[in-house]
Design a protein around this ligand. Structure first.
Ligand SMILES: Nc1ncnc2c1ncn2[C@@H]1O[C@H](COP(=O)(O)OP(=O)(O)O)[C@@H](O)[C@H]1O
Ligand SMILES: [Mg+2]
Length: 390
């Protein structure tokens, strides 16, 4: 038997253990991997030809390192391919989505517009190249353009109908003034001779007198609201809020001698940006409410101060029964007033006063807040200071 291991220098003899291991491999001509203690892993083929046993064993350590290198190279190639695929896909996707970005930019632009009121124009459209219905994105762009056109014409129609209604209310209120003035004039004329009339007739004339006065207020308030709705500009200039408050309270106090009025006003003027006539109207409205909607003996506290830099606050607080719960949440809405029966008989109550207060204060850049519970009702008006004290 001849057994040896081929090395660079020639043939080396095999250890007896290695020979034993090799001889133990079945001679069936099928390749197997075995481990020879001092030589490492070998791929062995044992073949029995007639009386000769041929054992061929090839070392695997070279093949192993080759395989490892091959695996590393493949891994590197796979990683490179993945990276290239990612980059290419990204590029393709970004390119393909560019039109979609432009479409969404148009939609975003439109969403920032104030479409709530006033004249509305929607000049924004998706560019023609992004609105070709031949591609998916183009279909979206096309649909968006169609939607914008529809919305624009709907808004225009709404605006036209709103201005028609506003003009109608303004015209109607204006037209009602003359016949109303003449009814009031005639009713007033009967005041003197009423004691000579039968009681029912006298009572009827009294009611005509009172109701025509109420209607006069209603018509004036409706006209004012219609004008405010038409975004009529107010003539804003510096006005002393302290003096204006004092005037309003003096008037209210004159017609409510049984209320107690407490004033807490600063010695210095507090200049606010306001339309003097309209500010007087606002303050008169809130002050007269504190008088009209509370029983005699109610205490009304009136305060004016600089609430925070740049803002003045006038608050009118009474300890009356409070704004009725059923209208508390919508007291600034038009025609919000408590059950008419509660109103004092000879005090015209229209339910428009506070909606005018709100509209006017907001037109002057300010705000009005109500907090009301039985025993404490406060209306606080906030107005922009003319020259903020630094
Ligand atoms: N200080 C107040 N205390 C209690 N209720 C009030 C007060 N101010 C307003 N209200 C309630 O809010 C309603 C709406 O007020 P307003 O809009 O000024 O209309 P009007 O004074 O013509 O009734 C009033 O009818 C009244 O019921
Ligand atoms: Mg009122």
């Amino acid at each position: 038997m001849r057994a040896g291991v081929v090395r660079e220098g020639g043939l080396d003899s095999l250890s007896p253990d290695a020979v034993q291991t090799l001889l133990a491999v079945p001679a069936d001509g099928r390749p197997r991997t075995i481990h020879l203690d001092d030589l490492g892993d070998y791929r062995v083929l044992v073949r029995q030809d007639a009386d000769r046993l041929g054992i061929t064993a090839l070392p695997l350590h070279n093949a192993g390192s080759l395989l490892r290198t091959l695996a590393l190279v493949s891994l590197g190639l796979v990683l490179l391919a993945v990276l290239a695929a990612v980059l290419i896909t990204r590029w393709v996707v970004v390119r393909a989505l560019q039109p979609l970005h432009r479409v969404s930019a148009t939609a975003t632009q439109v969403s920032t517009l104030n479409l709530e009121h006033g004249e509305v124009q929607l000049p924004q459209r998706v560019a023609a190249r992004d609105a070709e219905p031949t591609s998916e994105v183009g279909q979206v762009g096309h649909a968006l353009n169609h939607l914008l056109t529809t919305v624009e014409s709907a808004l225009m129609a709404r605006q036209q109908s709103e201005s028609r209604v506003r003009r109608f209310v303004a015209d109607a209120s204006h037209e009602l003034r003359n016949p109303l003035a003449s009814i009031r004039g005639w009713a007033e004329l009967t005041r003197h001779g009423r004691e000579d009339l039968p009681p029912t007739t006298a009572r009827a004339l009294e009611r005509i007198d009172a109701e025509s006065a109420r209607m006069g207020v209603l018509v004036d308030e409706l006209l004012l609201l219609a004008r405010l709705d038409a975004d009529q500009e107010l003539d804003l200039k510096p006005v002393d809020a302290v003096a204006a408050t004092l005037d309003a309270v003096t008037d209210a106090r004159a017609s409510a001698p049984h209320h107690q009025w407490l004033l807490n006003l600063p010695d210095q003027p507090v200049e606010v940006m306001a339309d003097p006539m309209r500010l007087a109207q606002v303050l008169a409205n809130v002050a007269s409410n504190a008088r009209k909607h509370t029983p005699p003996g109610t205490t009304v506290q009136v305060e004016a101060r600089v609430a925070e830099p740049g803002w003045a606050e006038v608050s009118i607080t009474d300890d009356g029964p409070g704004v009725p719960v059923e209208i508390r949440d919508r007291v600034f809405e038009r025609f919000a007033r408590a059950d008419a029966a509660r109103a004092h008989a000879d005090e015209p109550s229209t339910g428009l006063g506070l909606s005018i207060v709100k509209a006017l204060v907001e037109a002057m850049g300010g705000s009005v807040r109500l907090s009301s519970e039985p025993g404490r009702t406060q209306f606080a008006l906030r107005l922009r200071q003319a020259e903020p004290s630094s």
